[in-house]
Design a binder for this molecule. Structure first.
Ligand SMILES: Cc1cc2nc3c(=O)[nH]c(=O)nc-3n(C[C@H](O)[C@H](O)[C@H](O)COP(=O)(O)O)c2cc1C
Length: 484
């Protein structure tokens, strides 16, 4: 499912949303939901609660017409023979769910028409710096910034010279000077133009300025009998380069690592219909499994009974009781990292009734409890196959840090994630968590450090924990740490 970043919407849309949500006393996010529901049907209120800001009501200037884009490019087409390939580039970018708004220089219009670019991009095409329809609200600035990337294809010798020298006497060069977005150039010109000392100087300057170049390739020129370096890269190559800049590959710091995680409660049977349980939802362990998988790890999740979908790309082993959980954990070894987030019942009924226990006049049947296996301690104390990093969770309702520190020592694990689960916190079954990471520092004589994190969603806790793990086992961070 695509996600919408409000921050990236057009300014006038954001203003409209802010005003409308303030008027209706809703969050901006909730207001967007209401608007979408209205559009689909069951309109709750008129679409214009007050007169919309001028840009929203004005002619089709710079307005996005399609649904929510995942990424957007301003494509500047320069005046070279390769401009025809840029029409294909529009298609290639759109295939990748990248929205394209085209700017054609005056010279470009000698090679391709604004109509063709508009038909392929499904957007208005921009050609003129002094266009009153666009410029009533500084359209060139918005074309420069209201996108994720600017692509110039073909980047002619002339356009590159203007860029290198900071000219801004037409729409394309003004956008390139006014942008704070990454710029990708696909140069195309005759080999003599490409090798000319002036072009060489300009290319060096542009690279120093942080502009990214794709190509040019070597091959035959449009001019009969000429060949050499100067052919514009193929549309598909430019689209791939643009996509790499727009969606850089996510780092996979846990690639090659096997992570074993437990999650959820356990159910300890009393008889065939009754069991002892706890309020754990499994959300935290599942979020950690998803975050570790996203960081490239092979993840095995041993889960007690929960009401959650299995995370994608994770091997999930479903169990009921503590003894089954231990069995599956042991069967899943070896692992590089083991994270025991499950709320395992400490006790179980000594002899589970084979039939449903009946009410008798003698009162409640005595329930004799025996201790369950301690999964965290069992795995932490293994001599063979002990995962190099063993992390336990301590759910406490009082003396959180002290209890967690003594648990760390008692169980023999390396880290403890301690959280306060007293009812007032809403952690059990809720979506947020306030945790403290307590770790034993092997390099500092086993010194124990306590790192307290602010209140976060369970997903954020998972991402942060995985980042710490990645740093610890590989020296690489799994994601930018949260400031706290
Ligand atoms: C038929 C023809 C083909 C051209 N091809 C190129 C080209 O491939 N690369 C280039 O840099 N200039 C080429 N030019 C020259 C540019 O069109 C010219 O320098 C123009 O001012 C560039 O405008 P721009 O800055 O809007 O791209 C060509 C000119 C003509 C007449």
């Amino acid at each position: 499912m695509a996600s919408l970043t409000i921050r990236k919407l057009d300014e006038h849309v954001k203003t409209y949303l802010r005003l409308r949500s303030a008027k209706n006393r809703r969050s901006v996010e909730e207001e967007v939901r209401v608007i979408l529901r209205e559009l689909i049907g069951g309109r709750e209120e008129p679409l214009t609660p007050f007169s919309a800001p001028p840009a929203a009501s004005a002619a089709p200037t710079l307005q996005r017409t399609s649904a929510l884009p995942e990424a957007s490019v301003t494509l500047i087409i320069g005046g070279g023979i390769a401009a025809y390939k840029s029409l294909d580039l529009i298609r290639r970018l759109k295939e990748r769910r990248i929205e394209v708004r085209c700017v054609l220089t005056k010279a470009a219009q000698q090679f391709v028409t604004p109509l063709a670019a508009s038909a392929l991009s499904h957007e208005r095409v921009y050609t003129d710096l002094f266009d009153p329809q666009s410029e009533f609200d500084a359209g060139h600035i918005r074309l420069a910034r209201d996108c994720d990337l600017i692509v110039v294809a073909p980047a002619t010798a002339d356009l590159m010279a203007k860029m290198a020298n900071g000219h801004a006497d037409d729409l394309a060069s003004a956008i390139l000077l006014a942008t704070n977005r990454k710029v990708l150039l696909a140069p195309a010109m005759n080999p003599l133009m490409w090798n000319n000392a002036a072009t060489r100087r300009n290319v060096t300057q542009l690279q120093r300025d942080g502009v990214v170049l794709i190509g040019p390739n070597s091959g035959e020129m449009a001019e009969a009998g000429e060949a050499g370096i100067g052919r514009m890269s193929e549309a598909i190559e430019i689209a791939t380069a643009a996509e790499r800049l727009l969606r850089p590959p996510v780092p996979k710091p846990l690639a090659g690592k096997r992570v074993l995680i437990t999650a959820g409660p356990t159910h300890e049977p009393i008889d065939p219909v009754r069991y002892i349980a706890n309020r754990s939802s499994g959300k935290q362990g599942f979020a950690i499994a998803a975050a570790a998988q996203a960081a490239g790890a092979e993840v095995i999740l041993v889960s007690g009974p929960v009401d959650l979908d299995d995370p994608q790309g994770v091997t999930v082993k479903h169990v009921e009781s503590a003894r089954q959980m231990l069995e599956q954990v042991q069967a899943s070894l070896p692992a590089d990292i083991a994270i025991f987030a499950a709320a395992v019942a400490d006790w179980r009924v000594a002899s589970e009734g084979e039939q449903k226990l009946k009410k008798t006049s003698a009162g409640m049947p005595p329930l004799q409890l025996v201790e369950n296996p301690d999964i965290l301690a069992t795995i932490s104390k293994l001599t063979d196959q002990r995962p190099p990093l063993v992390i336990g969770f301590a759910a406490e309702t009082e003396h959180l840090i002290d209890n967690a520190k003594s648990k760390l020592a008692r169980k023999g694990c390396d880290w403890i994630v301690a959280n306060d689960v007293s009812p007032a916190t809403g952690v059990m079954g809720g979506d947020r968590n306030t945790v403290h990471l307590i770790s034993k520092n092997a390099e500092k004589n086993g010194e124990i450090t306590v790192d307290s994190w602010p209140v976060m969603t369970k997903e954020q806790v998972a991402v942060e924990l995985v980042a710490h793990i990645a740093e610890s086992v590989t020296g690489k961070s799994g994601s930018p740490h949260l400031e706290h």
